[in-house]
Design a protein around this ligand. Structure first.
Ligand SMILES: C[S@@+](CC[C@H](N)C(=O)[O-])C[C@H]1O[C@@H](n2cnc3c(N)ncnc32)[C@H](O)[C@@H]1O
Length: 211
C-alpha cells in the first residue's frame, strides 16, 4: 500500500492503488469462490448479462465473459477501468464492457442482469448507504437473478482485536460484516443458497438468488 495520508478520500486511495499497481488484492486471477459459485449455477455455458460492481482491474468480469455472459464492469475509479480494459486485451472477448460509475448511482434502466457480482465493494460503503446499495442491486438484477457477494468478516486482519467494525486507513473506509448483518440486509429479498467463511483471508462469500 502507499504511504498513509490522513486527508485522503476513498477515491484518492483507490486511484493511488491503481496508478501504482500496488494493492492487496489480485489483479488477474479470479477468486476461487466466484469461479465456484458461477460454475455451480451456470456450468460453463452461461448466457445473458452479468454486472461486476466495483470491478477494479476486471478479473471477475473477464472470468464471467469467458463463461459466456455479456458483462459490464463498473468502477468509480477511472484508472481501474483503464487497467481493466488493458488487461482484457490479451484475447478477443465479445460483450465485455467497462464503465466508470458509482455503484450507488448506476446508469442502468430496468432489471436486465442475470447476475450481479460484488467482490470487495460493499465493504467500502458507509453503513448509511447500505439501503441505497441494495436499491442499486435490485434495480439491476432480474427476478430470480443471482447475486455473488464477498465482504470482510471480523476475522480480516485489520479488524482482529478491534472493537469497532469499521475504520479508515489511507483514506479508505472499510467495514467488516457479521453473517447476521448480511442476512438482515439481503434476507428479505434474497434466498441465501451458500455461505462460506474463509478464515484464512477473513472474508464471507455468499451465493444468493433473488426471490
Ligand atoms: C477491494 S477493490 C476490489 C476490486 C475487484 N472487485 C476485485 O475483486 O479485484 C474495491 C473496488 O471497489 C471500487 N469502489 C469502491 N466504492 C465504489 C463505488 N461507490 N462505486 C464504484 N466503485 C467503487 C474501488 O474503486 C475498487 O476498485
Amino acid at each position: 500500500m502507499g504511504k498513509l495520508n490522513k486527508g485522503k478520500t476513498d477515491r484518492a486511495y483507490f486511484r493511488e492503488a491503481y496508478q501504482t499497481g500496488v494493492h492487496g488484492w489480485p489483479t488477474v486471477e479470479p477468486s476461487p469462490y466466484v469461479v465456484r459459485f458461477l460454475r455451480r449455477v451456470y456450468g460453463s455455458d452461461a448466457t445473458g448479462y452479468a454486472l461486476d460492481l466495483g470491478c477494479g482491474e476486471g478479473r471477475h468480469a473477464r472470468f464471467a465473459a469467458d463463461l459466456g455472459f455479456h458483462v459490464v464492469g463498473v468502477d468509480f475509479e477511472a484508472s481501474a477501468v483503464r487497467r481493466a480494459i488493458a488487461f482484457s486485451q490479451d484475447r478477443a472477448r465479445e460483450g465485455l464492457h467497462f464503465v466508470v460509475a458509482d455503484v450507488l448511482h448506476l446508469p442502468f434502466h430496468g432489471a436486465s442482469f442475470e447476475v450481479v457480482i460484488d467482490y470487495g465493494c460493499l465493504h467500502h460503503q458507509r453503513k448509511r448507504n447500505w439501503p441505497l446499495y441494495l436499491h442499486s442491486v435490485l434495480h439491476c438484477l432480474k427476478p430470480r437473478g443471482v447475486f455473488l457477494l464477498s465482504v470482510f468478516s471480523p476475522k480480516f486482519r485489520m479488524f482482529c482485536n478491534r472493537r469497532r467494525q469499521w475504520h479508515v486507513v489511507g483514506g479508505a473506509y472499510r467495514r467488516c460484516f457479521t453473517r447476521e448483518q448480511v442476512e438482515q440486509l439481503f434476507g428479505a429479498t434474497f434466498s441465501i443458497l451458500e455461505t462460506v467463511e474463509d478464515d484464512e483471508i477473513g472474508f464471507w462469500h455468499f451465493l444468493m438468488r433473488r426471490r
